[in-house]
Every structure is written in C-alpha cells, then in structure tokens.
Design a protein around this ligand. Structure first.
Ligand code: ADP
Ligand code: ZN
Ligand code: ZN
Length: 816
C-alpha cells in the first residue's frame, strides 16, 4: 500500500492522505502537483507533501485523479520555509500555498478561463474533450471551471484545462497589470559650436535665406532667456508656430541638437550595460564594513540617510553575489517604487533582472517562477514586493530588504499575515544567504537587534556628493492663526517659501495625510455630521465629485444641499484633505501646474507612473499628496517640502504612531534637495514643542530611538514583547461582544495581565460588521511555541462553541 500526504490550498490545518499505486509512488516527489477529489464534488490541485507506505489511516483513502507535473515545481526548501510561515503566523500550510503559488498553478472551481485570441493551434492535435471546451469558448467569452465540468460531464477537468493552458489556447482571467513603459520627451538645444557669439552672429546672417528656421532660433533664444529648464521640441515648435519639418531641417544641419531626458528609464532592450559606479570613500567604508559583518553575522542593518547612496552599495553587493553564481532577492515594500529602481538595476545587470509581483499577469508570474526554479540567467536578480519571497530559489546568496521599516511589508488580508522582512530573513537562513536591511529610518525592532549585536550594523551619515540634509523648520500654526497670518491652510512662511521655490523654477511637494476635501461635514445648526450607514465613521467630503464617501467601505452618496436631521442649509466642512489643499493652491497659484497624488488620483492604470513621470519632466510645479509622496523616490529638482499638518500623525491611537510619524516626516523630508542646493522642509503644527517633532527637525534618529524604546519597555511592547492580535467580527453586536469576551477570558487564565481587551478599534463597525480586538503580549523569555500551543487550544474550544460559529476570528502575529 502506498500513500501520499498532500497540502490542499484551503484553510484546514492538516495534510490529507490519498492512496497511490506503486508506480505513482515511485514517480511522485514532494512539491509535485496532483489533482485529487475532495468532498462529494470538488477536485483540487494539491501539493505532494510526502510519499509513504506506512500507517495507513483509519479511514478509507481515495485515489488521486491524476499527476500534474513531471518534476516538482516547489523545492524542499520552499516547503520548509512555508511550514515556518504557517507555524509562526498561526495559519495553515494550505493558506500559504494559496498565497505562494501563481494562481495558474492552482486551477480550481472559481477559476475563470478565457480563449487566448492570439493562439493558433493545430486543432487536429486536440483531444475530444479539449475540442469541446474550445468550441464552448468560441461561443461565450469565458467559462468557470464548473462550466467546464458540466460541458464534459465529469468532475475532474484539471487535465483538460491544464493541457489547453499549456498549448496556449486559454488564459486565466485576472486583473492584469502591465508594466508601464514611460514616454520620453524630446528636447532641443543649440549645437555647442554656436555658443560663441561670433559663430552665432555669422550663423544668423547666413540664415536670412531661411526665415522660417531663423524664426525658430529666435524663439529658442527667447524661451531660453525665460526659463532655466530645458526646451522641449514640441513646445518650441508650437511657440514658433512652425512645423516638425522646419525643426528637423535645423537638426539635420547640425544647428540644433536633440536629446532625451529620462534616457535611463527606457525599458531594458537587451543591449549594453553601464559600469557600476565607483563608490565614494564613505560608501566604500560601509561596503567593506558590511562584508566584514557578513563574516560573522547573517543579517546586517544599513542605516543610511536619504540619498546617501544605499542603492549603489546594494548594487556592489549584488555584483559580488552574482560572481559567486548565487541568486539575489531585492525586496521593496511596494511595486510602485520599483519603476525607478528596475531601470537602475537593469542598467547595471541587463537581462539578469526579473520583476515579480502579484499584480503581474499569471502568465508572467508563471514564467518568472519557472526561470527562478531552473536558475536561469534571466532570473539571477529578482526585484519584487513581499510575495517574491515565495519563489523557488535554488541558491540564494543575498537578500536585500530596502526601506525595511515600511509597515506595508506586513501582509494583513488574506492570511498568511506574514512580515515580508522577517519571512525573508528566515528564507535567507535556509539558503545560507546573507540579509541586508536598509533604511534611512530603521524600524525600532531592527535597530534594537543591531544595538544588541544580533545584527551587524553600519551607518552612512551623509548624503552622496556632499549634498546637505534638508533644513527642517517647524512652523507654529497656532501662533499664525492668532496673528491672522494664515491663508486657508497655509502659513505666511509656507506661502513665502513656495513662492521662492517657484520663482527659482524649483518644484514643491506638499504632504497632507488625508485624502478628500474634508474629513467631515457638520451642520452648524444642529451639529449632525453625516455617517456611513455601514461603518461607524463620518463620511468624507470629495468636492470634485460632489460626493460624500466612506474611506472604509467605499459607500458614497451625493453631497446634500441641507442637513438631513434639521433641514438647515448651513453645512460646514471640518478638517481638510489633499483635495482641499489642491483647490486652495490653484486659487493662490493660478499660473502654475498643480497635481495631486493620493488613492483617488492613482487608481487608473499607470496613473501613478504617469504622475511620477510628469514630476520628473517638470510638468508639475507643486505636487500635493498623501504618504504616497514619502516613498523612496528620487527627484532632482524638488527644493521644498511642506507638511500641511503634522498633528494628525501624532494623535493616532497605536503604539507605533510616534515611530511612524518620525519615519514618515523624515522620509518625506528626504525628497527635498537631493542635488546641490540644500533643500527646505517646513512642518506646520499646533504642537511645535512636541518631542517627536523636535527630533524630526534635528534629524535625531538616536533620540527618537531612545525615547521610544523607553516607552515600549514601560508599556510592554515590541521590541521587548511580542504581540499577537485577535480580531472578532460579526454582524450582531452582542454575539461579537460575547465571543471576544469569552476568548479574552480564556487567554487571561493563562497569560493574566498580558491580555488586553476586548476593545473596539477606532472604527468599531466596518461594512456592517462589529469589530473588537484582543491582544496578547508575550515576554521575550516566554516560549513562543508553548504560547502558541495554548492559543491554539483556546481557538479550538472557541471553534467548538455553537453560538460563536458565525464569528470571524483573525489572528495576527506581530501585528501592525
Ligand atoms: P539612497 O538609496 O540612500 O536614497 P541613492 O542610492 O538613490 O540613495 O543615491 C542618491 C543619488 O546619488 C542617486 O542619484 C545616485 O545615483 C547618486 N549616487 C550615489 N552614490 C553614488 C556614487 N558612488 N557615484 C555616483 N553617483 C552616486
Ligand atoms: Zn442640522
Ligand atoms: Zn463605510
């Protein structure tokens, strides 16, 4: 008798046993896929966990339907890593598998298949079944796997869909993310030989016979005298009222020269690569220190101020790792950030760079998966967001986690709720690879580990090329209000600075943490503020759309003309968001181009990349945005950053709020003055004496670390305690309340004062579900395994209580 244990991609704890025959048993290896029956009607794609011939289970096992792979598509190391994730983050291996595998590998009932219009396949090679599915797809645009079952009148259709997929006849439907290819702008300038006055005069004399061309040149001179920025070919053509042919004639005669800005953002075309930049002396020192620390330690933290050249150091380390023939994983918190980075790395490493992200199409993801699995040349360096750590690396030599402090490394929904940085560290350990964490504002956890010798540590305190850190000034808007020096939400100081930057043709970034026009609307007569019907939160006013919107569930309605409660037409808007700042700016600076970057303006395909491109091309003078503008972007011409109101960041009810505020403000400041001229940052606040803001203004990371770790110690939070958060959700308030109270009590029996709650989050009802949280704090010396075993027991009993069967329980380990 032979058996296999398999992992099913569902949230059930155990593996499942199926019977196989002798030949199958010899052929099958862990990490291969098999199609197996489950329940009465379902067929799942399962992953072989192990093959054995002992301990037949007490129940009758079913046979597998079919083997789907010739070779494993998952490596033993991956399985080991995924088991760690499942155990550490308290979820099932099936949930990890579901998150890890590109969905094309898990064809199942909910999958929708569509005809691939581009395929041209020899139909004579089709089986009858394949042909029937093809026929059906020609009549309707898409099919559920369940439809396919009905068409073929059998349960197991995996082999058919898999064959069609491999033949390229069908594709799997999904939201597809295409990589944005930036357009380049063409600029023109006078050829260098005409910059001397003498040559220029003789040129102009000669050109009397070509008045149209002369006109273009005269316009060019005029434009050059008005603006410092380069002159766009198209703008020149329009201004001089001429045609592209005339400009081309000037180019052909070598009177004008053309050039493209953003040359290095072109898609890599497979040609030459640039040499790696020589490191500065300081960078060289840090580079050597990192290598030295790697001799002793697995993990090193690089604390380098914004624009100090951390990326260039990563590049050197990557080059050395490649030389040893090992793979590199370069993780970033969000794919949005990669646009600038991909090109930078491709310039150095050419086609060795691959990008992996859950928003890429399934086909692209399967391709990268296979390239990594086969350790191909084009998959030596993987850039990706957190999900890239699920790839089947063969021999990982280096993991770089850039912006390691970013909260978005933590996955929340769906499970597994893993931290990308921490899971990557474990992955590196399995491969005997080194991990480099980089940040200008490290997380307290990582900095603590570095201070306590668990991680190596190096520092870059200066920006590259002796560029000064921006000057950060706190502007007391309480005072400004009193003295009537505010215009809308702008202090006189901020307006002055914006004016000055614009006069110098420099760009400005303004940061406001809230989107929309104003967070709520209030009736001045009765004080009623319109609420979301599904959530316990006020609706946010979006003036542009004339709507009130809920930022938690997406509910929206027309802005009303009069108060619902009392009918009074005097409605007042309270607080402010990015949209309001944009509106005010447009009134104050009507001559300048103003843009907004927040969730509302970056929804569309490529909208984010386009905004970045516009900013780089200086088509935007002032950019207003939420924390999206704080991300590690590198803009050359931004000299001023303004923070509209720092106070909302400080007043967030979360133990990481102050750390987060410091990081955000430092990161946003880091966008200012990245080239020669020293940048300015103005932080408007009602609390200029707040310790955190003072530390922001003096770039005092050390002070912030010291003060925050003292707080964390006193209040028993990370890095001194681990936290596990339990969230309970139910439509009925009482049920939710009872369930969370029961759970908290059960935990208290074991963990006593280390259990907090239950208590509702700031928004206690979302999408009609009432919410409550319980938290357990785990001292460092307490066994994590035993703690989790206790929790699992409690969870088990909880699940057995009928009254709570509808309550959703979410467990979040190391919650953010
Ligand atoms: P960080 O990652 O620390 O924010 P970057 O690596 O983006 O810093 O460096 C900031 C800027 O300085 C980039 O434009 C980069 O190309 C440039 N730079 C950094 N180091 C060097 C170097 N050694 N030689 C030339 N340019 C460098
Ligand atoms: Zn009213
Ligand atoms: Zn809502």
């Amino acid at each position: 008798m032979y058996f296999i244990n398999v992992i099913l991609p569902i949230p059930l704890k155990q593996t499942f046993t199926y019977s196989v025959n002798k030949d199958e048993a010899h052929f099958l290896r862990p990490g291969m896929r098999v199609a197996v029956p489950f329940g009465k009607t379902k067929v799942y794609t399962a992953i072989v966990y192990n093959v054995h011939s002992n301990n037949p289970p007490a129940y009758e096992t079913k046979d597998i339907h079919q083997i789907l792979d010739e070779d494993p598509i998952i490596t033993p190391k991956q399985l080991q890593h995924w088991e760690w994730i499942a155990s550490y983050y308290m979820c099932t291996l099936g949930e990890v598998v579901r998150a890890a595998l590109p969905s094309a590998y898990l064809l199942e009932s909910e999958t929708i298949i569509v005809l691939n219009e581009e395929s041209s396949v020899d139909e004579s090679k089709f089986s009858d079944d394949e042909f029937m599915v093809l026929e059906a797809l020609r009549n309707q645009s898409s099919l559920h796997i369940n439809d396919v079952r009905n068409i073929l009148d059998r349960k197991n259709v995996v082999s058919v869909t898999k064959a069609l997929y491999e033949k390229g006849v069908i594709t799997i439907e999904e939201e597809v993310y295409e990589q944005y290819v930036p357009k380049m702008k063409r600029y023109v300038k006078l050829a260098p030989q005409y910059t001397s006055e003498e040559n220029l005069r003789s040129l102009l004399d000669k050109m009397n016979s070509a008045p149209k061309q002369k006109e273009v040149l005269m316009t060019l001179f005029m434009l050059s005298s008005q603006q410092k920025k380069p002159i766009e070919a198209l703008a020149l053509q329009k201004k001089s009222n001429t045609t592209a042919t005339v400009i081309k004639a000037l180019l052909d005669k070598n009177i004008l020269e053309e050039f493209y800005e953003q040359r290095d953002r072109v898609q890599y075309s497979g040609e030459e690569t640039k040499p790696i930049k020589a490191l500065s002396e300081q960078q060289e020192q840090v580079f050597n220190a990192i290598k030295k620390s790697f001799d002793e330690k697995e993990i090193t933290l690089l604390h380098g101020v914004t624009s100090s050249g951390k990326t260039e150091i990563y590049v050197k380390l990557i080059a050395e790792t490649l030389k040893k023939g090992r793979q590199v994983l370069y993780m970033l918190p969000e794919i949005a950030l990669t646009t600038q980075l991909i090109t930078r790395l491709q310039n150095y490493f050419g086609e060795k760079v691959s990008v992996y992200h859950s928003k890429y199409s399934v086909n692209e993801r399967v391709e990268v998966w296979n390239n990594v699995l086969e350790n191909l040349q084009k998959a030596q360096i993987i850039i990706g967001a957190r999900s890239s750590l699920f790839l089947p690396f063969q021999d990982l030599g280096l993991v770089v986690v850039d912006e390691e402090h970013e909260p978005s490394f933590k996955q929340f929904n769906p499970s597994p709720r893993y931290h990308g940085r921490d899971a990557a560290i474990v992955l590196a350990g399995l491969h005997g690879a080194k991990t480099l964490l980089g940040s200008a504002t490290p997380s307290l956890e990582s900095y603590y580990n570095a201070q306590h010798d668990k991680y190596g540590f190096t520092e870059l305190k200066q920006r590259f090329g002796n560029v000064l850190m921006p000057e950060i000034e706190l502007v007391d808007i309480k005072e400004k209000h009193k003295k009537k020096l505010m215009k809308g939400h702008f202090s006189d100081r901020l307006l002055e600075a914006i004016q000055e930057a614009l006069a110098n043709e420099e760009q400005v970034i303004l940061f406001q943490n809230r989107r929309g026009f104003s967070p709520f609307v209030e009736c001045t007569t009765c004080g009623t503020a319109p609420q979301c019907p599904n959530c316990d939160v006020s609706l946010t006013y979006h003036k542009h759309k004339g709507q009130l919107r809920c930022h938690y569930c997406g509910y929206h309605m027309q802005m009303m003309a009069a108060c619902f409660a009392c009918g009074s037409p005097t409605l007042d808007t309270k607080g402010f968001g990015t949209e309001q700042i944009e509106t005010e700016l447009k009134a104050i600076f009507p001559e300048h181009s103003i843009a907004r970057m927040d969730q509302d303006t970056t929804r569309g395909k490529h909208a984010y990349a386009k905004l970045i491109e516009k900013l780089e091309n200086r088509d935007i003078d002032i950019l207003v945005g939420t924390q999206m503008v704080a991300k590690g972007l590198d803009f050359r011409n931004v000299s001023l950053v303004g923070v509209m109101n720092a106070d909302t960041l400080l007043n967030f009810p979360d133990f990481r709020a102050h750390e987060r505020c410091f990081q955000l403000l430092q990161q946003v400041s880091g966008r200012a003055g990245r080239t020669k001229k020293r940048g300015t940052v103005l932080v408007q606040t009602f609390n200029p004496y707040h310790q955190i803001l003072q530390m922001v203004s003096t770039n005092d990371y050390g002070g912030m670390y010291k003060q925050q770790t003292e707080d964390r110690y006193q209040f028993k939070y990370p890095p001194f305690y681990r936290t596990i958060k339990f969230t309970f959700k139910h439509r009925n308030y009482d049920t939710m309340q009872k369930a969370s109270q029961w759970f908290a009590k059960a935990l208290q029996l074991q963990f006593r004062e280390y259990v907090l709650g239950p208590e509702p989050p700031p928004v206690g009802r979302v999408r009609n579900q009432f919410i409550s949280n319980v938290m357990v704090k785990i001292p460092k010396q307490q066994s994590l395994a035993k703690t989790k075993a206790v929790i699992q027991k409690v969870e088990h009993s909880f699940n057995a209580i009928k009254d709570f069967s509808g309550v959703r329980l979410i467990i979040d380990v190391d919650n953010y």
